[in-house]
Design a protein around this ligand. Sequence first.
Ligand code: AMO
Length: 434
Amino acid sequence: MKWRRTHYSAEIKPEMDGQEVVIMGWVHSIRALGKIIFVILRDREGTVQIVAPKQKVGEELFKQIKKLGAEDVVAIKGKVIANEKAPNGFEILPLELEVLNTAQRPLPLDPAEKVPAELDTRLENRFLDLRRPKVQAVFKIRSEMLKSVRNTLYNEGFIEVNTPKLVASCTEGGTELFPISYFEKEAFLGQSPQLYKQMLMASGLDRVFEIAPIFRAEEHNTRRHLNEATSIDIEMAFADDKDAMDILEKVVYNAFLDVYENRKREIDVLGIEFELPSKKFDRITYDEAIDIANAKGVEISWGEDLSREAEKAIGEEMGGLYFITDWPSEIRPFYTMPREDNPNICKAFDLMYKDLEISSGAQRIHLYDLLVENIKKKGLNPDGFTYYLEAFKYGMPPHAGWGLGADRFTMILTQQENIRECVLFPRDRQRLTP
Ligand code: AMO
């Protein structure tokens, strides 16, 4: 490489007329019209038009440029020429070209998006697919969201932690575990940091969060499920379900705000209408949710988990972001705190966006005897939870927390219909490569 990049495409302005720049990227398209060649160069931040008239650039450089093909990697030293008719009000007159690498042709996928491709083909060739500005926009928004979430949680006094993903027991019910062979034993890929984040509440760290993969052996292919997802998990001590919901509201609202303020170009590239939610989200109880579903003709009785049809009916009625609270204890995990006044109802909540659940959480049981009793009630064996249970014997404070699906959150921020659009290399029943 002879030079270093001086500017990304988006950093060049017509006011820089006459200035020399070095740009680097991929040949997005090339058009030779007799004695003039137009090249669109693409980099991470956008595209720039390079115009090479033979009589200005000279025989040698003209010949070099003419040989370029789609997706070749180049560095161009050139002069900014203000031109009202050019895209963004300027073009580049090339002075020197360095071809850094050539691309084989035909391309398995067209990053210039002239030829549409099925999602499957796109995922097969994900590195090329990722050159598409719309696809890149999704991941830039995802990155902005993760940065925002971290900022909010650090500001709220949380400490970032990392817990093991090779684990010995289940947390969210036994059916969705991936078993792996672990030397002489059987182990599993962690389906949630749940037990670890709770054990940390006995450590005195008070407020922890983790952003990490979770593994779930979901059998079914849906547009909302992955076998490897990224979960944003928090746990906070000396807190109840309401406190955890307040933090979740802040985290989600701030991420919307940061994307709105800092990713205008990506929102534009995606061509979506981006609306900020209100700072406080609606809260309905499970009972009210059931009533809404029933009123819309969806049959569901108290104590059942919400069916897909029920979620759709409730989502239609509620729109946007809203919490569903006060769930039947029966259908929530063993660690969920029952309400003191009515143990059939527990202090659990889900955060929904229309018909999509993006987070669930609860105040947890911090009392040893009640926890053991609840484990048994769910048909689980307390012996499988020995290490976890120890943490409840020697001073466990009341605590609460939630898990927020980063992939699903990206889906709603970017308005994608399929969760696979929001993951670089998705893992589902059919896909383990690339
Ligand atoms: P839950 O199982 O509801 O709760 O998961 C929390 C959030 O993680 C995301 N999620 C998924 N995303 C994509 N594909 C999947 N297969 C998948 N599974 C889960 C969802 C979901 O809302 N331990 C609790 C959280 C807690 O109480 O702190 C838990 O794991 O967005």
